[in-house]
Unconditional design. Structure first.
Length: 566
């Protein structure tokens, strides 16, 4: 955590940990873990969990492991493992030598299952998947016991061994815990611990054809790693009795405490891994790292900083109840961070030629421009200024409305850091009537200096030299969905995709100093927003910029309005 990061606020999880430290529970140790399943890319919701688990470990001088809970070979891959490692490291966290895999524990987990069978706490069930669901009961009706529930220990050991040996087809048998089919918690109605699944595992290959269920492997992996506090999201609250039951039945040295917190829900996006996979596979986005995606990879490519994401996670805090965070707060955190660190440059996204009629032909001046108006330590750069410039198309209107302070016929504006110019004419396309060129005159005495007495100019616009600027492609990203909650209804969530989530501008011009800008470099395009050199599509022959976030801070307006209302 850097000095710029906000300090962690107290919350109910930290209160539990501090009480445990006072009573010397776990011998005064604090050990957490971040245990993703490697079946997709991490998203901003995972970032909250990452910051919480690693942050608590750092705050209380403990440890935090990174563990891949890779117990289901379907959909898991080395690509996802590598992306997870990259994302957690990019966020600024270090697990040192504590990178673990649940698949490393497969033999131990199998032996734990044998222990349960020998204790009469687990049995091999031969019901089909549909029959198991039917026997499970409902929220208002108890379940029915499997006809195979009372198999002898010897028969269960024999069948389970043969399941491992590959004698049976997928789905022929499962290993179930023997708990209580009348439990009000459906999770405790003899849950499945192992199933037969002939699938290639990205680490163990085909050595196994039975795989432990997540609930069985997860708690035991925590125990094996001597985790003290198993912090997870609220959807696992009903699973906590099973987490504790499994550890209570077995001879384990460590029994972690499971603590649940509310997961992150973010407006105008989705954080369901299943739905994110659908967006990728059906081509609604260009990939997991599409800058419109809520994945960490997408946010990194778009230009978000790890500091901004960490501060966002601190600001939203840790709660017990579900709520939805406004996307504007995340954008505010990004904007706030970039405002301090991003150098200012000038770029024209929709170029309109501006010709200064009284400026000498062939003359080129160098205009001194600060890299950051509020931070002189960031230095300055010199921009070429010439007779022919580019300005933004919407910085000129032939018939301007009231309170339009930019360029119009007969009006004056200041060119940023340079001269005051006055519009004296336009050149239009004969066929379309579109303005192609704006002609101006400049006052040579006004080069970024004081104005003569009584001379007032209200507008300032940015510019680049036509001959010296660099061509660039700029991608204007907006929110992926056009409604705050795309999953509120049960129908197809993709119908709420924002058709304007990406606008590509191919004929932009940026100041000459950006030629060869490093991929991932972030800048503020003056008056336009914050932009990042695309790390994937930019090259020595083509500059591509992604808009990270606009200059307009809607969250600050929301917060100010809330304060007024209070």
């Amino acid at each position: 955590m850097t000095q710029k990061d906000s300090p962690p606020a107290t919350d109910f999880i930290r209160e539990i940990i501090e009480e445990d430290l006072k009573t010397n529970k776990h011998g005064g140790r604090v050990a957490t873990r971040f245990p993703p399943e490697p079946n997709g890319y991490l998203h901003i919701g995972h970032a909250k969990s990452i910051c919480l688990n690693f942050g608590i470990a750092a705050q209380y001088h403990g440890t935090c492991n990174l563990r891949m809970d890779d117990t289901d070979p379907s959909g898991e891959s080395l690509e996802y493992v590598e992306s997870i490692i990259q994302d957690v490291r990019w966020l600024g966290f270090d697990w040192q030598d504590r990178l673990f895999y649940a698949s490393d524990y497969f033999e131990q987990l199998y032996e734990f299952a044998i222990q349960l069978i020998k204790k009469g706490k687990a049995y091999v069930c031969s019901l089909s998947a549909d029959e198991i669901r039917e026997y499970r009961g409902t929220l208002t009706e108890p379940g029915k016991e499997s006809p195979y529930r009372n198999r002898s220990v010897e028969e269960n050991l024999d069948l389970f061994s043969r399941m491992r040996a590959g004698e049976f087809e997928d789905g022929a048998h499962v290993l179930r815990a023997k708990i209580d089919m009348a439990s009000p918690n459906i999770t405790m109605r003899d849950p499945i611990l192992y199933r037969i699944k002939r699938a290639h595992h990205y680490r163990t290959g085909t050595r196994w054809c039975i795989y432990p269920m997540y609930d069985f492997a997860h708690c035991l992996s925590d125990s094996i790693e001597k985790v003290t506090h198993s912090i997870c999201t609220l959807e696992f609250e009903n699973n906590r009795p099973l987490y504790d039951w499994i550890l209570d039945q077995l001879d384990v040295d460590c029994h972690p405490q499971q603590i649940e917190f509310a997961r992150l829900n973010l407006s105008y996006t989705i954080l369901s891994k299943r739905r994110l996979i659908e967006l990728v596979r059906k081509g609604y986005v260009t990939g997991w790292d599409d800058p419109r995606m809520p994945t960490i990879a997408g946010m990194r490519r778009r230009g978000y900083t790890p500091e901004a994401i960490r501060n966002f996670c601190v600001r939203i805090g840790v709660a017990k109840n579900e709520n939805t965070v406004d996307m504007s707060l995340l954008e505010h955190c990004v904007r706030e961070d970039l405002n301090e660190r991003a150098p200012r440059v000038m770029a024209v996204l929709r170029p309109l030629r501006l010709i200064i009629d009284n400026y000498p032909e062939g003359q080129v001046e160098e205009i001194e421009c600060p890299n950051h108006p509020q931070n002189p330590d960031m230095g300055s750069r010199r921009l070429p200024f010439s007779k022919v410039l580019y300005i933004e198309q919407d910085d000129f209107l032939e018939k301007p409305p009231k309170k339009y302070y930019r360029l119009a016929p007969g009006r004056e504006v200041r060119l940023r850091y340079a001269y005051i110019v006055k519009c004296v004419g336009v050149v239009k396309d004969e066929k379309t009537g579109e303005v192609k060129e704006v002609h101006c005159t400049c006052d040579p005495e006004t080069r970024n200096g004081p104005l003569p007495d009584g001379h007032k100019v209200e507008g300032v616009i940015h510019w680049v030299s036509a001959d010296h600027s660099v061509p660039a492609e700029v991608r204007l990203y907006d929110r992926l969905f056009r409604v705050p909650d795309p999953t509120a209804e049960r129908d197809d969530f993709t119908k709420y995709l924002n058709p304007r989530s990406l606008e590509t501008l191919a004929s932009c011009r940026v100041e000459s100093g950006l030629k060869g800008a490093a991929p991932g470099s972030r800048y503020q395009f003056e008056r336009l927003g914050y932009f990042c050199v695309d790390a994937k599509d930019s090259s020595s022959n083509k500059l591509v910029f992604n808009r990270i976030v606009s200059l307009r801070d809607s969250w600050a307006k929301i917060a100010n309005q809330q304060q007024k209302n209070e």
